[in-house]
Design a protein around this ligand. Sequence first.
Ligand code: BJW
Length: 242
Amino acid sequence: MTCDQIGSIVILTGAGISKESGLSTFRDTDGIWAKVRIEDVATPEAFEKDPERVQEFYNARRRGFLSESVQPNAAHQALADLERRWSKDLLVVTQNIDDLHERAGTRSLVHMHGELLKVRCARTGQVYPWRRDVTPEDACECCGSTGTLRPNVVWFGEIPFDLDRIYAALQCCSRFIAIGTSGQVHPAAGFVAEARRGGRARTVLLNAEATDTSPLFDEQVLGPASRIVPEYVEKLLAENRD
Ligand code: BJW
């Protein structure tokens, strides 16, 4: 994304955008963290202490992602449509590890917390696609060792992916839109402040409910993503029609 382009958009998505596709959020009352403890499954220390437990947590979620019933919803599709019809730069930054944005057709996409349909070799750092359970017997394709494969996701205490590209886009954008995220996890929770710095970006929150970061947004639309995202996209395109 280049800074000389007025009209560029950065869109941050979180678990709420995939909820109506049948995937759980984290911090809602029926969310993932109501059922398992972060310290048991989502830190490097948890993986070191009990790799099989962590792999089983992610194996179950990977199976869920691949089930027939989990499909991109109208919100994912509206963002892909916006990318196709927007003449300026647009970058979707997702915290989600599912592949629903890609399946809807979004191309300009960063998975800042990684992708569950990929594994990484802890020894070599090589990343490759993976669509089945990871077991202790699985040998790494690159080094042949067993026990080195981990989900290619970002746990607490690890540095998210592609931050240089994300901050460059935030510093230039004219509009920042956050969708389906509680704004509780950093650094993503700080992106709205980064986009506002210098007074450049209009900031918009599209979410089921108000969040702790709501006061930082110029505009807030509350409701289910599958309804409010397509409506917002149509409004944005209508306002910017030549
Ligand atoms: C709907 C809806 C519908 C429902 N329609 N809406 C203070 C300052 C800075 C950092 C820290 C700090 N204190 C601690 C930290 C570090 C820590 C952190 O943020 N901790 C907080 C808990 C305080 N952060 C980290 O460790 C990160 N790394 C880091 O900071 O590195 C240091 C560094 C950074 C930068 C430069 C240099 C160094 C890493 C964070 C990794 C997070 N990992 C997880 C797991 C990923 C893999 C997996 O999926 O298992 O990422 S945790 C989990 O939370 C997951 C998510 O991506 C992330 C965010 O959750 P999200 O998407 O917001 O979901 P919810 O459930 O919270 O919210 C859903 C929202 O949708 C709700 O508001 C609903 O209302 C709404 N909704 N249905 C629309 N139908």
